[in-house]
Design a binder for this molecule. Sequence first.
Ligand SMILES: [Zn+2]
Length: 252
Amino acid sequence: MIIDTHSHLQFDAFDADRDQVIKRMLAENIQCINVGCSLDSSKKAVALAEKHEGFYAAIGLHPTDAGEPFDVAQYRALAQSKKVVAIGEIGLDFFHKPYDEQKQKDIFLQQLALAEELNLPVIIHCRAAHEQMIEILRNQKLARLPAGRQGVIHCFTGTLEQAQKYVELGFYLGIGGIIFKFNIDKVIQETPLAKLLIETDCPFLTPAGAPEKRNEPIFMKYTIEKIAQLKNISPEMVASATTENAKKLFGV
Ligand SMILES: [Zn+2]
């Protein structure tokens, strides 16, 4: 069994053939965490998780959706579902312009507080903002969460030094199809397998070699193969170790 730790199967891109995509992944014994980006997509992620075995959900307000107010009561109510295993995706994005840095930070801090309150790990989106993110996570320790269960920096594309800082702070690094566009070979080679998670971020970030433009969970194998080559171990070892990491982090 393999867990896709970051998918968006609730998105419109899968409306026409969601059942077939799910059938294909279940046939390969793949489970997933569907991640919300807004209140609406968080609700849809929870509904999908309630419907299928081996499906889980994360709920949160994405920094590029920060125009939407963060209604903590609604997210708290959604978290009542046993299928909600994380708060995310939340974070900072100073790449997409224009952005309101203070507003993004405020909403991120409110969601970190919710994660603390609910004892849930966080799924962090961080783009062009790693230094600010590391500073926040240093000062804002997720103290109630067990060591190493703080969360994951999803779709990591930072430097080796930043990777090491996140690992020191108790975070995993989420590795997906972006590694075919962005060279983070050194980060993958130097970070212990025990701190890596596999993800698709589907429908986005399709790995090289996949037969379709739209990404889906079964295409994780291309990412797993590349990590195996870089670390000079078998793909099976990458799949089993990262799945164990995902189970530990999300308690599934
Ligand atoms: Zn995502």
